[in-house]
Design a protein around this ligand. Structure first.
Ligand code: UGA
Length: 433
């Protein structure tokens, strides 16, 4: 199939590359020239395991191209995938200006029947708006479909190639057939729904996963008080298939470009319909509070933090990505510096992105984990990078000035602590809080 993908962010780039890997002829379009030039040089603007190799292979086979020419790329394809960003507006609503712009440019370039697929996360009713905009600009026949994306950063390629399910929201029989054919080799779980339900499935899924995280974080907070171990509680809960074992890792709360944005957007969508989504509001509130437990634990160990040196390990919102959007590290570091602490931070790959987005000028960026921990009064682990898990705790102890280790991601086990004098606080584990 000839496919054009508009937007080369996480969703667009990974989807486009994976569709080319499946044998389709794909053009990925972006209006940011520098990004397209980079991709045409064989460089990848995001860190995503496996992506670079797939790009190289499929460009060599002639199945994958990158372009800034949206009009020509639309003309080339039978299926146009919209994968532009829908960032939050200040009130939490999704900003649809990139979507509307893409729809109008598609409309102006139409040259025959096309299927317009939206992969961006969009509020219910947006696909119908896309249909109206295209129809304002073109008399050519077309159908629309909502095919939400469920890939995770860091495992985006494998998530796309092995999805749990594909959701196709459409009101057209032709689209049902063509898109089922396009996705058939990926999974047998192809679910066809109406367009509005497909749009809602994406928001409901992300909101539910965020709810699981806030739920287990609150259970962790209670575990700390009653002397239970949240990792064992989550393990025991996870065997119940109705609950499921995943997304029950307690920590400092969720970040990233999706959960914070999509939970806010769903609260807004509900609010516009005069529905107060109380549960989801609490999920968001619990998530915001959770990150500050790191600071409360530091204070309980050291009292005032003014003048103290705090080492931070991990700036990315999760491991295996250089993405720092809505990373809890921002607020933790800002609060520490406001309290007068000196903060030194290290991240294996996300430091540069963090520096570009962080307005704490006094933050010291370190080149190694050792440097960030060296002579610090305490060390806080904020991202569960494998690199940190492999550093022996005795070594960490020897680097620190005071033996305080706050593990915001529960990456160390009790037995690892055995031969150290470290005072170790983790999340929701007895004797370790
Ligand atoms: C999330 C969803 O998992 C994807 O299905 C969805 O496609 C994507 O949003 C999106 O809407 O585009 P992502 O944000 O890449 O993917 O990352 P996740 O692996 O879901 O992690 C999100 C956050 O939750 C991270 O900060 C992570 O540390 C945190 N988390 C996750 C926990 O604190 N505990 C857990 O048990 C799981």
């Amino acid at each position: 199939m000839k496919i054009t993908v508009i937007g080369t962010g996480y969703v667009g780039l990974v989807s486009g590359v994976c569709f080319s890997e499946l044998g389709n002829e794909v053009i990925c379009v972006d209006h940011i020239e520098a990004k397209i030039e980079m991709l045409n040089r064989g460089e990848v603007p995001i860190y995503e395991p496996g992506l670079q190799t797939l790009i190289a292979n499929n460009r060599e086979r002639g199945r994958l191209r990158f372009s800034t020419d949206l009009g020509a790329s639309v003309k080339h394809a039978e299926v146009i995938i919209i994968a532009v960003g829908t960032p939050s507006l200040p009130n939490g609503q999704a900003n649809l200006s990139f979507i509307e712009q893409a729809a109008s440019e598609i409309g102006q370039a139409m040259n025959g029947y096309k299927i317009i697929v939206t992969k961006s996360t969009v509020p219910v009713g947006t696909n119908e708006r896309i249909r109206d905009i295209i129809a304002q600009h073109s008399k050519e026949p077309f159908d629309i479909a909502s095919v939400p994306e469920f890939l995770r950063e860091g495992t985006a390629v494998s998530d796309t190639m092995n999805p749990d399910r594909i959701i196709i929201g459409t009101d057209s029989e032709v689209v049902r057939e063509r898109l089922t054919e396009l996705h058939r080799s990926l999974t047998s779980n192809i679910i066809v729904t109406d367009i509005r339900s497909a749009e809602m499935i994406k928001y409901a899924s992300n909101a539910f996963l965020a709810t699981k995280i806030s739920f287990i974080n609150e259970i962790a907070n209670i575990c700390e008080k009653v002397g239970a171990d949240v990792t064992k509680v989550a393990y025991g809960m996870g065997f119940d298939q109705r609950i499921g074992a995943s997304f029950l890792k307690a920590g400092i709360g969720y970040g990233g470009s999706c959960f914070p944005k999509d939970t806010q957007a769903l609260i807004q969508i509900a609010g516009q319909m005069d529905y107060d989504f109380k549960l989801l509001k609490s999920v968001v509130e619990v998530n915001r509070e959770q990150r500050f437990n790191v600071i409360r634990k530091l204070e309980s160990l050291m009292g005032h933090l003014a003048g103290k040196t705090i080492g931070i390990w991990g700036l990315a919102f999760k491991p295996e990505t250089d993405d720092v959007r809505d990373s809890p590290a921002f607020e933790i570091i800002a609060a520490l510096t406001e309290m007068g602490a000196k903060v030194k931070a290290y991240d294996p790959i996300a430091a540069e992105n963090f520096r570009r987005n962080c307005d704490v000028d006094s933050l010291i960026y370190c080149d190694t984990a050792r440097e960030a921990a060296w002579q610090a009064d305490a060390l806080c682990v904020l991202t569960e990078w494998k690199e940190f898990q492999h550093i022996p705790l005795s070594e960490i102890e020897s680097w620190l000035k005071s033996p305080y280790l706050i593990d915001g991601r529960n990456i160390y086990k009790e037995e690892q602590l055995a031969n150290t004098q470290l005072v170790y606080y983790s999340v929701g584990r007895p004797g370790m809080n």
